[in-house]
Write a protein that binds this ligand. Sequence first.
Ligand code: ZN
Length: 141
Amino acid sequence: MSALDVFLSHLQKVQSTGKGRFKACCPAHDDKSPSLAIKDTDGRLLIHCFGGCATEDVLAAVGLSFSDIMPDKVSGETIHKDRKPFYAGDVLKIMAFESRLVFLCASDMAKGRALTKSENERLLLAAGRLSHASEVANNGY
Ligand SMILES: [Zn+2]
């Protein structure tokens, strides 16, 4: 079962809005008409509530965490192995995603919650990817 299938199985009024794109009622607020946008990008999910809920609250409402919607293997790794050029838009998408993860870990730590071993490892991976992304951007490919 993919991260997408798992996440969608928790939602109400799921509708497809395009390839890998869905909308559904947000589980984190009293949502009468679907205001949650979900996009599957190579097995990782981008989630946005137009009602203003934080992604971590949306995930918490269905008992999931960031690691459930973001498997370790991402498209950036495949692109790198194949030695194909990075595109700025892709690099920015990865950086945005990894930055969000770092932010979530930081908010958890600020609230006094210790990270689990796997969250800690994922945070280190995020730091590595952010650092790698800036190298890629500086080299122009
Ligand atoms: Zn919401």
